[in-house]
Design a protein around this ligand. Structure first.
Ligand SMILES: Cc1ncc(COP(=O)(O)O)c(C=O)c1O
Length: 382
């Protein structure tokens, strides 16, 4: 009997669970990975099964460096990029290498609730900065930095998701992007840019990354294959200043264990080199665009009391309900109506979000999403 779970995803029977920001398992690239296993093992043989180079498997780094340069117009030296085990691992490593317990770090309000858990594991003091429809409020950031300075403190970094934000789906405007990297340079503030949704853009290309706009050393940008290919590969990459990258690439963890997830990285390199990554991305973009439209149309139709912006990418719609509704209370009864979501307060560390909820459109078909909107409306009216 197999009593241990295989995967993280666990959906209650009969519930369309819009809480999970995960890809639909039916869309995951099983055949591409089968082919990649053949390709990588016949091309690299035992090198796929050895300890990998400390900064990560060379073939995947070669591919990523060229892709980043082509798509973002910024060239990279080999010491300015490394592989990670995805963005959760990268954030954990950054916290390990750039902070000590009790240090202050800044996050957006709202922010990705599970990044907060990682920061809390490192016993960091987490200070939220407000956001609005154009993303992080850069003026408020400046005021917070001044306040910290007056208190004799300095933030170790700002963790931000400027592109297709989780949970809001919003983008930091281009003007604010430029303002933010300028202020960060002046104030010696390290920006940790979580760029996990960059490739999932449905209405035209994503805005330039902070990393591509900033002076050298201002931004450490975390990219990931989790949303753009498959979360189970546990792979991502970091781009940044050589000194920052090397601090992690040459640390004890990699000295002892070699590059992270080396075998998988060699397979993903084969996927990338053989056009299977681009094909998967196309499939995701096309499918998620359709799902986003289905969910947004259905919410508009079924729940006219809700207000939201249609996101241009990513996985999430951030919905505001009338001020009389506490979404945590609504969530308590939603499963009875066969639907679930995450209430807004989960994404704030100092209060807020009471009337908001986050729904993900990645996991379900357009028909199921329409049904979910109907069920949400019923729970709301009850
Ligand atoms: C903003 C954000 N960052 C990071 C992650 C996790 O990334 P990874 O799977 O690469 O660790 C997620 C997944 O939901 C996310 O939404």
């Amino acid at each position: 009997m197999n009593s241990f779970p295989v995967v993280q995803l666990a959906v209650k029977p009969g519930v369309i669970d819009l809480a999970w920001g995960q890809p639909d398992p039916k869309l995951l690239p099983v055949a591409a990975m089968q082919r990649a296993t053949e390709l990588a093992l016949s091309k690299y043989g035992s090198d796929t099964l050895a300890y990998g180079a400390d900064a990560g498997a060379g073939p995947l780094l070669d591919y990523l460096a060229a892709r980043v340069e082509r798509t973002e117009g910024r060239a990279l030296n080999p010491d300015q990029i490394m592989l990670t085990g995805g963005n959760s691992d990268a954030l954990d490593q950054i916290a390990t290498n750039f902070t000590e317990p009790g240090d202050t770090v800044l996050v957006e309000a709202p922010t990705y609730h599970l990044a907060v858990r990682i920061l809390r594991d490192h016993r960091l003091d987490i200070v939220p900065i407000p956001t609005d429809e154009d993303g992080l409020r850069v003026n408020d950031l400046q005021e917070q930095l001044a306040e910290l300075k007056r208190a004799g403190r300095q933030a170790r970094f700002l963790y931000t998701i400027p592109t297709f934000h989780n949970p809001t789906g919003r983008n930091l405007s281009e003007g604010r992007r430029r303002g933010l990297v300028k202020i960060a340079a002046q104030e010696h503030l390290l920006i940790v840019e979580d760029d996990v949704y960059r490739e999932l853009a449905y209405d035209g290309p994503a805005l330039p990354s902070l990393w591509s706009l900033a002076q050298e050393g201002v931004v450490l940008r975390m990219g990931s294959f989790a949303k753009s290919f498959a979360p189970g590969v546990r792979l991502g990459w970091l781009t940044g200043k050589s000194e920052h990258i090397q601090r992690m690439a040459l640390g004890g963890l990699r000295d002892s264990g070699g590059g992270v997830n080396h075998f998988t990285a060699m397979l993903v390199a084969a996927v990338c080199e053989n056009g299977l990554y681009d094909a998967q991305l196309e499939k995701f973009r096309w499918t998620y665009r359709e799902r986003r439209d289905a969910l947004c149309d259905a919410i508009e139709r079924e729940l006219p009391e809700a207000t939201f912006e249609k996101p241009g990418g990513g996985f999430f719609v951030w919905i505001k309900l009338p001020d009389t509704v506490d979404t945590q209370v609504l969530r308590g009864r939603a499963p009875e109506y066969g639907v679930d979501f995450i209430h807004g307060a989960r994404f704030f560390i100092e209060g807020g979000g009471t009337h908001f909820l986050r729904v993900a459109f990645s996991l379900y078909s357009p028909q199921e999403l329409e049904q979910a909107a109907q069920r949400l409306a019923l729970a709301f009216r009850a």
